[in-house]
Design a protein around this ligand. Structure first.
Ligand code: KG4
Ligand code: ZN
Length: 333
């Protein structure tokens, strides 16, 4: 089974070819980070135009040696994301589908992150499992009883975890995206001496929260009697940003004793300190290879292949529309 994936939901244009849902034949990503850097975040209209420019040549490169008629499916990110940006990928995929008759497979970007963790895995993932997408837009914890089952257990009530890394990096004038640079700075720091809140600790609720943590960091920088060093601030922030997830996972595992595997995915899953913090937990952690943590199209093709196998979400019509917001209401248990 050969499936192409097309991704254009935010600031990365990507095309990938995946065989049998697991084997990556080609995976190309064109990042717009340099274009958006000077604005301190992604500018939607600029992103859409850049996708339009990048997509045709990425397609040619990813499909080198293959024809559209060799494909069993065209998987495309339907949402969530920036509508203008999504429209570029969706229109491109629809055109291909209409001219070739190859099935069109709409893919949820957030769920696809989890399938990115399965790419190139030697062992089979054991279901049911606990699964976390921790990215710039989402902090979603799921129970998955099978590969296409996503039951929400917890989400963030305000900012996403990755978003808080980006905002704190901006506060500390460290540039964009914030995650990698905060991780690097944190390695040089000792944050234990900095007073920090424990977010959602003891609230008994299955929720994450990052907005208060960001405000706390703002106070430490602008209104504290002490002048803290940047590496120490980064270490203190990172420990709590990731620590609240670790506490939640411990709690959930106590309540769902049948979950033996924990899948992590999304940009923040690239964080080494996070992986170290998960080690003492009594669970088998499955994490994507680094290149499949942040946005890519191989994960879109991987989830698309699974959908094709189960024939659940084929869209042979031409009226596939992108959606901006993650449909939380459909995934609560
Ligand atoms: O999954 P992703 O590439 O895009 C979204 O779908 O959002 O995630 C991007 C996010 C950004 O907020 C970035 O700061 C964060 O992931 N990130 C990290 C690290 N690498 C990327 N956060 C913490 N530590 C990292 N090493
Ligand atoms: Zn993403």
């Amino acid at each position: 089974m050969l499936v192409v994936g097309i991704e254009s939901s935010c600031d990365e244009t990507a095309v990938a070819l995946v065989k049998d849902g697991k084997e990556v034949v080609s995976s190309l990503v064109s990042s717009q980070i340099d274009i958006h850097k000077r604005f301190g975040g992604v500018v939607p209209e600029v992103a859409a135009r850049a996708h339009l420019e990048a997509l045709p040549s990425l397609w040619d490169e990813a499909m080198a040696g293959y024809k559209v008629s060799d494909l069993d499916g065209i998987a495309v990110t339907q949402g969530p994301g920036l509508i203008g940006a999504l429209l570029v990928g969706v229109s491109f995929a629809k055109g291909l589908h209409q001219s070739s008759g190859v099935p069109l497979i709409p893919v949820n970007h957030v769920h696809a992150h989890l399938h990115g963790a399965f790419l190139g895995l030697e062992k089979e993932v054991q279901f049911p499992c606990l699964a976390l997408v921790v990215s710039g837009g989402h902090t979603n914890l799921y129970r998955m009883d099978h590969p296409l089952d996503f039951q929400l257990l917890a989400v963030s009530i305000d900012d996403a975890c990755g978003e808080s890394f980006d905002k704190v990096a901006r506060l500390l004038k460290l540039g964009y995206p914030g995650g990698p640079v905060i991780e690097k700075q944190a390695r040089l720091g000792h944050g234990q001496k900095i007073p920090m809140p424990k977010m959602m600790h003891g609230s008994g609720r299955f929720e994450f929260s990052y907005s208060g943590l960001k405000t706390h960091m703002m106070r430490l920088v602008h209104h504290s009697k002490e002048s803290w060093e940047v590496p120490d601030l980064c270490d203190a922030f990172q420990e709590e940003a990731l620590g609240q997830i670790v506490r939640m996972v411990e709690n959930v595992l106590k309540q769902h004793s049948d979950l033996k595997t924990f899948v992590i995915a999304g940009g923040v899953a690239a964080n080494r300190r996070f992986r170290d913090m998960l080690e003492p937990l009594n669970v088998d952690v499955v994490a994507p290879k680094l290149e499949y943590c942040s946005d890519n199209a191989a994960m879109i093709a991987a989830l698309g292949s699974e959908e094709l196998k189960q024939s659940t979400k084929l869209d042979s019509s031409s009226d596939l529309e992108p959606f901006a917001r993650y449909p939380y209401e459909n995934y609560w248990q």
